[in-house]
Design a protein. Structure first.
Length: 661
């Protein structure tokens, strides 16, 4: 049996760490030089926005996105309240500290110290009171542009920013220092031996821990000496003093303390006395590991060795092949069964299949044996792939309750070596088990894979028949809406071949129906349903093609006439309209009130106005009739005119004097 840590640092762009037990890959970690992890780093940040609806604040700390700081993670030291009230809050917090807990156990209510560097902390038997969270709201005690010292507890992921806390924790090899928690001393829950717990409790009593600080003894400190714990504690105190000095001279936003690279984290958190060798491929990283091991554990520095063989370090024990399997959805089991792992936005689904297993004589025995092997492999795959969040496992159905309990117990035992905080449920009547795993960072799949540009991450493509039908519908609508005479269309090459070979008649029918010339052209940059349509009118002028969404948006954004400019239309006999615009002189604030408070008198006045307009119209028509009659009377030939006598004609002619000519 051999336990080894293999570190591949031959390339500067990437550092990979593999923990191997009996030639089997048990844990895997990696770090890219282009995007180093920020979890555990300490920053001097500035409050950008206080969100009362979330009871949280958003901070600018120097990252890609603003950090998220919930109110529960803000220390009372940052409350902008009177000094007397702040002192009361600190006293209440100390009364519920670890000094008053039995056996020096660690409360899990505090997020920043919960599960530090993989050490699951002891659950408190006394619930911590939270009076200050009830008494105050975040908008009352935290202000914009306030300067805060924070520590990142969760990496940025997707569109979400990093999560932060003001309760600082500095991990060492044997201890974890909490400089602003005031929680005294505590012991990791993983230390089960009662004698070791008593010994550690005596060591904590001998250490002079300040009243405003807390200290946790990690799992690695269970079998160590008092001098080593004291040495590690002094190292953490020096680190905190250096952080304080940096904070006083720095300007926000700025990084104050970096948790360390992957080499130091591996030796600090993953190395145990059971590890036989640490092989490192890379001169620079080898020197870092050797010096760090000499500083924290000088007697174990001999185990750090440089990889001297010509073959790559991960070719040893076929580690590279085992690593490649973590990128596959299907994981084969030795019994012939398999796991199918699907990661989605909401949860991780794991399906257990029996496969070709034929060793047992009945279905129940086959299901139990396959599920036991699957439970062990699932715990391993969760660590290797960094899968977190809600996880649903579909085990093979088992009829007996004792068999289901056996699988639950097996899964919990396999998860004990996991450094993340895990909650496991029971197997339901449907054969499903729900569990949750603390998300420390993005999964291996998210870090190493990009979303497929063709299927957009769905894993399936639309059929050519469906795409072509959708293409003809959109093209027909665009041509009819714009009334174009020519269309140039760019589509993917595979769609072009499909239309030319099987849809040529539909294309010609579309041209004849709309009297348009359609030119199809392949564009290798387009995929799936993507297309570019350019329309021209009869004069070959380019037309602006509007999408349905744009048309609806334009209709929604179209300005409606204000109520102060109401247009009243009345039809005349000649089918002409008279438009009257009424401009009210009231302000905008009174317009809505006047419209709502329209009285019956106003309604009656409007009715009278309508009657008056009708009477005016009738009067105008009568005036027009009288004018036309007068004009006709001036004309001698109008119908019904009195007949003129000869005497009247002669008198008129004499008056005109024409007979004198």
């Amino acid at each position: 049996m051999s336990n080894e840590i293999l570190i591949d640092a031959a390339r500067q762009e990437e550092t990979r760490v593999a923990i191997v037990k009996n030639k089997r890959l048990e844990d895997y970690d990696y770090e890219f030089s282009s995007r180093r992890p920020i979890r555990g780093n300490i920053y001097l940040a500035k409050v950008i926005r206080v969100e009362p609806s979330l009871q949280a604040a958003f901070l600018e700390y120097g990252g890609n996105r603003n950090a998220f700081l919930p109110f529960s993670e803000i220390s009372p030291d940052y409350y902008q309240i009177p000094v007397a009230d702040k002192k009361k809050l600190k006293d209440l917090e100390k009364n519920n500290s670890l000094r008053n807990l039995e056996e020096g156990e660690i409360s899990e209510n505090h997020t920043s110290i919960d599960n530090i560097a993989g050490d699951t902390l002891e659950e408190s038997k006394v619930k911590r009171e939270k009076p200050y969270k009830v008494k105050y709201k975040i908008q009352e005690v935290i202000k914009k542009h306030q300067i805060v010292l924070i520590q990142i507890v969760k990496e940025e992921r997707g569109n979400k920013g990093a999560a932060a806390t003001t309760y600082i924790s500095i991990p060492g090899r044997y201890c974890v220092l909490m400089p602003n928690s005031g929680r005294g001393g505590g012991i990791s829950r993983r230390i089960n031996n009662s004698q070791e717990r008593k010994k550690i409790k005596k060591i904590l009593e001998k250490l002079t821990i300040p009243n405003d600080m807390g200290l946790i003894i990690r799992t690695a400190g269970g079998d160590t000496t008092q001098s080593e714990i004291r040495k590690d504690y002094n190292y953490l105190i020096k680190a905190w003093n250096k952080i304080r000095e940096e904070t006083l001279s720095a300007k926000a936003p700025n990084i104050i303390y970096e948790d360390g690279n992957i080499i130091k984290k591996t030796i600090r958190d993953s190395y145990t006395k059971e590890i036989d060798r640490i092989y490192i491929d890379g001169d620079e990283k080898y020197k870092i590991a050797k010096s760090f091991m000499k500083m924290i554990m000088p007697s174990h520095a001999v185990k750090v060795q440089k990889w001297k063989e010509n073959a790559p370090i991960f070719q040893k024990d076929k580690i590279e092949e085992q690593l490649n399997s973590i990128f596959s959805e299907k994981v084969n089991l030795k019994s012939g069964g398999s796991l199918v792992i699907n990661q989605t936005e909401a949860l991780v689904a794991i399906d257990v299949n029996s496969g070709t297993s034929k060793k047992d004589y009945n279905i129940e025995d086959t299901a139990v044996r396959t599920n036991q092997e699957a439970a062990q492999e699932i715990a391993r795959q969760l660590r290797l792939r960094d899968m977190a969040g809600l996880i649903v496992i579909d085990f093979i159905d088992m009829e007996k309750f004792k068999n289901r309990s056996l699988i639950e117990k097996k899964l919990k035992e396999s998860l004990k070596s996991d450094r993340s905080k895990i909650q496991v449920g029971r197997i339901s009547s449907f054969g499903l088990l729900e569990m949750s795993r603390q998300r420390i960072r993005s999964s291996v799949q998210e870090e190493n894979y990009d979303v497929c540009p063709t299927c957009n991450g769905s894993g399936s493509l639309r059929s050519m028949e469906s795409i072509s039908l959708e293409f003809f519908r959109n093209l027909s609508k665009a041509v009819k809406d714009e009334r174009a005479t020519k269309a140039n269309v760019e589509i993917p090459l595979d769609l072009l071949n499909f239309i030319i070979n099987g849809k040529r008649e539909q294309l010609s029918d579309l041209e004849k129906e709309n009297k348009i010339s359609i030119n199809l052209k392949a564009n290798n940059a387009l995929r799936g349903e993507e297309k570019n349509i350019t329309l021209y009118d009869s004069k070959l002028n380019k037309l602006a093609l509007k999408k349905n969404d744009e048309i609806r948006k334009n209709n929604r954004n179209r300005k409606k006439p204000e109520k102060s400019q109401i247009k009243e239309k009345t039809k005349t006999e000649g089918k002409k309209t008279i438009i009257k615009e009424k401009d009210s002189s009231k302000t905008k604030s009174n317009k809505n009130k006047d419209i709502r408070k329209e009285t019956k008198e106003d309604i009656n006045k409007k009715a009278e106005v309508r009657k008056e307009t009708k009477e005016d119209i009738n009067k105008k028509t009568e005036v027009k009739k009288t004018k036309s009659i007068k004009e006709e009377k001036n004309n001698d030939n109008y119908i019904g005119a009195p007949v003129k006598s000869d005497k009247n004609i002669e008198a008129k002619e004499k008056k005109d004097g024409w007979w004198n000519k």
